[in-house]
Design a protein around this ligand. Structure first.
Ligand code: MG
Length: 393
């Protein structure tokens, strides 16, 4: 970032004494296009939100969730307020807190969260009874149902085979896990899940929805399509989900325990109009117009070269005849203001002149302007004569 620390006043151009010229935005790398509202390496693109990371769990102690996580069970009885009976959502959960864990009471029915949400990163830890009883689907069976719609299987599969699409870490009835990284029963198993709900528009499926699952840090589902959510014995087919739903935990007749349950809502995908990655042409156009409008509003508060550069910057995002006319006029006035300066005065404006020339050159080479403005060549000539061209060694 280059800072001008002097005040310059001449022929209508006033440069604020401490205003920085941005070094990268946006006259730097490939400009916005039909599906990318920002330039490459664009300083106008919002900074990522700060999140304080959590800590990893040990067998003895659950880890700390990240700072923006919504905690559903933290080991205390107070956490029970987040949970309800699934059969009667206005009733408290019948599951109980035992030694800092949230334990299924067999026969009490599924439990569900009082909160409802959609796409999320979900962290859940569970432990099957240390005393091994039953086999196949009858041993340490429970389940995690994002939105109550699709089961990520919880099952004690440590030395306990069962049908593959019903294994721990399966999308139940849809896809087996890619591996079985379970620890022995009684140990805490850690699930990290990324859930994306299906997206439909006007009856057409834009995204089937997906589950990505890590079991004890091992990837077992990689963006697995939901196929409508799957289920027991019957194949399901793609269908829309509501916008939000509760998280359910399954009562399958085994006293499975849970701890350290939290989630982080995820931002909308591009197909839903989210500001991420590769966007639809409509959303890109709207974003580019809004970025341009914001830069023009900024320009209105600036004067001189800063104003001209802000207006030129706005043209990188969206064309506008009045802005182009204003920029063209200011560019001519800028050149007129510097062309006859003494060597000494010229030297004092070296950085600024080079910045304006570089912005003009960017706009012509990247086709922001239909044709190069005459000042581009004129400033190039001035820079050449002043001997400011950096020679490559
Ligand atoms: Mg289950």
């Amino acid at each position: 970032m280059r800072h001008f620390t002097r005040s310059i006043v001449w022929s209508g151009f006033v440069l604020a004494s401490t205003a920085p010229f941005s070094s990268a935005a946006p006259f730097y790398a490939d400009p916005p296009d039909e599906t990318h509202p920002w330039a490459i390496h664009d300083d106008n693109r919002p900074q990522p939100a700060r999140v304080e990371p959590g800590t990893f769990s040990s067998q003895e102690k659950p880890g700390q969730p990240p700072s923006d996580a919504i905690v559903l069970f933290d080991g205390t009885a107070a956490s029970l307020k987040n949970w309800a009976s699934d059969k009667a959502p206005d009733q408290p959960t019948k599951w109980v807190v035992v030694d800092g864990s949230f334990q299924c009471v067999p026969g009490s029915g599924y439990t569900r969260t009082r909160q409802e949400w959609g796409d999320c990163q979900l962290h859940v830890e569970w432990s099957a009874p240390a005393k091994v009883e039953g086999s196949s689907q009858g041993r340490g069976n429970s389940g995690i149902f994002p939105m109550g719609k699709v089961e990520v299987q919880v099952l004690d599969n440590y030395n306990n085979p069962t049908y593959a699409d019903g294994f721990a870490g399966s999308v139940y009835g849809v896809n087996p896990p890619m591996a079985n990284p379970l620890q022995a029963p009684g140990a805490w198993q850690v699930y990290d899940i990324v859930f994306r709900r299906p997206v439909f528009k006007d009856g057409t499926m834009l995204d089937s929805g997906s589950l990505t699952v890590f079991v004890n840090g091992v990837l077992v589902q990689d963006h697995t399509p939901l196929e409508g959510g799957g289920g027991h014995m019957r194949r399901s087919s793609n269908k829309a989900f509501p916008d939000k739903g509760p998280l359910q935990l399954q009562d399958h007749g085994n006293p499975v325990r849970y701890r350290n349950i939290w989630y982080r809502p995820l931002p909308a995908r591009a197909i839903e109009g989210g500001d991420v990655s590769h966007m639809s042409p409509e959303a890109t156009r709207a974003k580019r117009e809004s970025l341009a409008a914001s830069l023009r509003a900024d320009a209105a508060k600036q004067q001189g070269t800063m104003k001209m550069l802000k207006l030129m910057e706005s043209l990188v995002y969206a064309p506008d005849a009045a802005t182009l006319a204003g920029t063209t006029q200011m560019s001519a006035a800028f050149f007129a203001s510097v062309k006859d300066l003494s060597t000494e005065k010229l030297e004092a404006q070296k950085d600024e002149i080079r910045k304006v020339w570089s912005a003009l050159r960017y706009c012509s080479t990247k086709k922001i302007l239909a044709a190069a403005l005459p000042e581009e060549a004129a400033l190039a000539d001035l820079i050449e004569k002043a001997g400011w061209n950096e020679k490559k060694k």
